[in-house]
Write a protein that binds this ligand. Structure first.
Ligand SMILES: Cc1ncc(COP(=O)(O)O)c(C=O)c1O
Length: 442
């Protein structure tokens, strides 16, 4: 690709600035970190013009594809027309209203109220506040291995020590055991278990609260945790328990939303999860900083008389980009494509499992896929170093992927929903070759 607008600073210069001035909390992928300067569809380009197939979308944010021509056109038109960039919610704006109408029409029945935010973390913060306000209770139950954001309240509900800070207050929360079938905390097998993980939500409430809760929060598929996919029945059991103890069920669709899981725009709707609040972000804006919280009328109405303000939330450009993204997802039939390509990748990965002992498990929904690497299939020892090496080997071959899991041993695949069969084949063949070239085969 021609790099007309390429970076004015070299990668080395950028690296120096980061090293000297960024907080040490900012982390980079790869031994020789990449500076990505261009993106088009499913591909991204570094400053030297090297092309990479982007199978992670700058952490699960690119749904319609990088720089989709329609999004470019819409934004350029808005700029040319001097459309206002910032209004905040104290003024009316038609882009925001149009996005609201659309998202409500796609949400499960009964979700009639909506508020925009700048991120997934903020969406979850607002969800916690709403649930606590509506119930008058404080305790939020979360899941071990869950991730809901990098703000104070969301980190209090984070199931990973790696993301939490020292002295991070974790008051008013409690954690239930993870519905992680490959490493079941109850030593059960999915086909013969009695949903002990779902029942554990009740035990947690009974043993670590006064018997009433404000909310329960869970991702329909736990992304950062390593694409942990609970059995569908899990949600039906848990919603009943949560409601029995007076809580509101928060479905965190920051990663699973926007049709990524190849079902409907919201996985909550497809799985018929009886949620009270849904949060979304990431792929919702196809890279623009926008999140949303949807809730049922009774919760919203309980907040009457209070004020919630978020300066940039739902500004016109972000709102238009989110709405155009949903339109593209619908018009280009990207949800069925995510399902088809997701199944194709999952089947291909299961075949790779027969060849590469290091693959302990392959799982996912649509285009949210995890490949768990283990040193030994019996002991399931975490293959953390091998996972890091796989990232390097794939990058050298022109493929960008992600990793996750509490011990960093799960490769994550989440390409744009527009990926085609040839690109999916390329992902599989590069992974195959990379697995064959691993120094340590587990
Ligand atoms: C499930 C989930 N919820 C919330 C968040 C936080 O979103 P953000 O980083 O936009 O604040 C993330 C981010 O990775 C996430 O994966």
């Amino acid at each position: 690709m021609e790099l007309k607008g390429k970076s004015k600073s070299t990668s080395n210069e950028v690296y120096e600035v980061r090293k000297n001035h960024f907080l040490p909390t900012a982390f980079l992928y790869y031994k020789t970190p990449l500076q990505l300067v261009k993106g088009k569809g499913c591909y991204v380009y570094d400053e030297k013009g090297n092309e990479y197939l982007d199978a992670i979308g700058g952490i699960v944010c690119i749904s319609a594809g990088h720089n989709h021509p329609r999004i470019k056109e819409v934004l350029i038109e808005m700029l040319k027309d001097d459309e206002i960039q910032h209004t905040s919610t104290i003024y009316m704006n038609h882009h925001v209203a149009e996005l609201t109408k659309k998202i409500i029409s796609e949400a499960p029945k009964g979700f009639n109220k909506c508020s925009f935010t700048n991120s997934g973390s903020e969406a979850n913060e607002l969800a916690f506040m709403a649930a606590r306000h509506a119930t008058g209770e404080t305790i939020v139950i979360n899941l071990r291995h869950g991730y809901h954001g990098g703000t104070s309240g969301t980190l209090a509900n984070c199931g990973h020590n790696t993301w939490r800070f020292k002295a991070q207050p974790v008051a008013s929360v409690s954690s239930a055991l993870e519905p992680y079938c490959y490493r079941c905390p109850f030593n059960q097998k999915p086909d013969s278990c009695h949903l002990e993980c779902a029942k554990n939500v009740e035990t947690t409430i009974q043993t670590s609260t006064h018997g009433k809760i404000a909310a329960f929060i869970a991702e329909p598929v736990m992304g950062v945790g390593g694409v942990i996919k609970p059995p569908d029945e899990y949600f039906h059991e848990v919603t009943k328990i949560v409601h029995r103890y007076g809580g509101k069920y928060i479905s965190d669709e920051v990663q699973t939303g926007s049709g990524r899981c190849g079902e409907t725009l919201f996985l909550t709707k497809e799985l018929k999860i009886d949620a009270d609040i849904i949060t979304t972000a990431k792929g919702f804006g196809n890279g623009a900083p926008i999140g949303a919280v949807l809730m049922k009328d009774d919760i919203a109405e309980s907040m009457s008389g209070k004020l919630y303000f978020n300066t940039f939330a739902g500004d016109p450009y972000q709102a238009r980009q989110a709405l155009t993204t949903i339109e593209i997802i619908e018009e280009e039939k990207l949800i069925p494509n995510a399902k088809e390509m997701g199944n194709y990748l999952l089947n291909g990965l299961k075949d790779l499992m027969k060849k590469h002992e290091i693959i302990g498990d392959v799982r996912g929904r649509g285009l949210l896929i995890g490949i768990e690497l283990v040193k030994d299939r019996e002991t399931k020892e975490y293959a953390k170093e091998e996972t890091a090496e796989m990232m390097e080997l794939a990058k050298e071959r022109g493929l960008l992927i992600g990793k996750g899991g509490l011990f960093g041993n799960i490769l994550r695949i989440a390409p744009p929903l527009s990926i085609n069969k040839k690109q999916a084949e390329k992902i599989l063949s590069i992974l195959d070759e990379s697995f064959s070239n691993l120094k340590n085969q587990g």
